[in-house]
Design a protein around this ligand. Structure first.
Ligand code: DAH
Length: 352
């Protein structure tokens, strides 16, 4: 019987040598350690042995069983390691290599600058209002005090939309964000025509003009419009608010100046300059040796415009302003060609 056990162990270990995969491992386990395997049969046959023989055979069978179990565990590890090695070899997959990073996008420089402008006005108490890009002639021009055929329209070469004959009121792409002033005032005054509420809004967004595309002009660009309407609003409020904006945007020490100008929808009108932040006012290429940079147009809302918005100009006054975030970026970073903004060139965009 003891010889037979030796024989069982030997043939099981020999068979284990040729086990190369998971399925063969399992088959081997059933054959050599399963319930009807030769070792197990020895255990079940113990009862038929003599009293003297029983302990020795039992012990020997136990030893064989343990030896087979140990060999099986060892082989299992070896098979696993071999399978991993093989799959690494075949699939060329090195799980220890660091993963590939996900490319993180970023906001377009114009959007970043729009948000800087909006953040400053939001802190100052302005609400953000988004207005439409497709307008009527009435809202883009007439309500803003540009009558049909008025020469001031020539400052804003217009892209019209083919929408049938609408007479003096064609559809167009807004040439500036100023029609947002009309929408804001009409919306607010229609809710309470007798007593329209005060307004403080900024209106950011894209504008479109029929321009020859050059380094200095594009067919599309952003503007941020501002509008404040209420009782007893004065030019001093306009100057204070915009000077504060300039300091927050360009630095606390920056000086500002207002120059008289002309816009049909404001009276009086002005342009605001900030001291050149490139040369500090000494004169350089960016400020064309003047020491000043023009950054926005502004003025007191024209009585006709207030009226068109539903606000009685005898009771209400207001101020408005408009600025271009791309222009601010061009001055700030000495960008000499406006076409970079919509050229989708990663070498440009990645710098912001
Ligand atoms: N809408 C003017 C433009 O695009 C900019 C502007 C000037 C807006 C003066 C204003 C303003 O609100 O008061 O040229």
């Amino acid at each position: 019987m003891l010889d037979k056990l030796k024989e069982i162990e030997k043939s099981a270990l020999v068979a284990l040598q040729s086990v190369k995969d998971q399925a063969a491992l399992e088959a081997w386990r059933v054959t050599y350690l399963g319930r009807s395997s030769p070792v197990m049969q020895v255990f079940s046959g113990l009862g038929g042995l003599s009293k003297e023989e029983r302990p020795a055979v039992g012990q020997a069978a136990n030893k064989v069983k343990m030896a087979l179990e140990a060999a099986f565990a060892e082989r299992t590890e070896a098979v696993k390691a071999a399978m991993l090695a093989r799959s690494l070899e075949e699939e060329q997959l090195d799980v220890t290599l660091p993963g590939r990073g996900i490319r993180v996008g970023r906001l377009h420089p114009s959007t970043q600058q729009l948000r800087r402008v909006i953040d400053i006005f939001a802190e100052t108490g302005f609400q953000v209002y988004t207005s439409r890009e497709v307008e009527t002639d009435e809202e883009n021009f007439q309500a803003l005090n540009f009558p049909p055929h008025h020469p001031a329209r020539e400052m804003q070469d217009t892209l019209y939309i083919d929408a049938g004959d609408r007479g003096e009121n064609p559809l167009l792409l807004r040439t500036h964000t100023s029609p947002g002033q009309i929408h804001t005032m009409r919306e607010a005054s229609s809710k309470n025509p007798e007593n329209p509420p005060p307004i403080r809004v900024v209106l950011p967004g894209m504008c479109f003009r029929s321009e020859q595309i050059t380094a200095r002009s594009e067919v599309q660009f952003n503007q941020v419009e501002g509008l404040a309407v209420g009782e007893k609003i004065t030019f001093a409020d306009l100057k204070g608010t915009l000077s504060d904006f300039a300091r927050r945007m360009f630095g606390q020490k920056v000086r500002t100046r207002f120059r008289a100008s002309y816009f049909p929808f404001t009276e009086p009108s002005a342009e605001m300059d900030v001291e050149c932040f490139v040369c500090g006012g000494a004169g350089c290429q960016v400020c064309k040796q003047s020491g000043w940079l023009e950054i926005l147009g502004c003025g007191m809302v024209h009585p006709v415009v207030l009226e068109n918005g539903g606000y009685d100009p005898r009771r209400y006054t207001g101020y408005a302003f408009g600025m271009g975030p791309e222009r601010q970026l061009m001055l700030r970073y000495k960008i000499n060609d406006i076409r970079y903004f919509w050229g989708n060139d990663m070498r440009f965009l990645e710098q912001f």
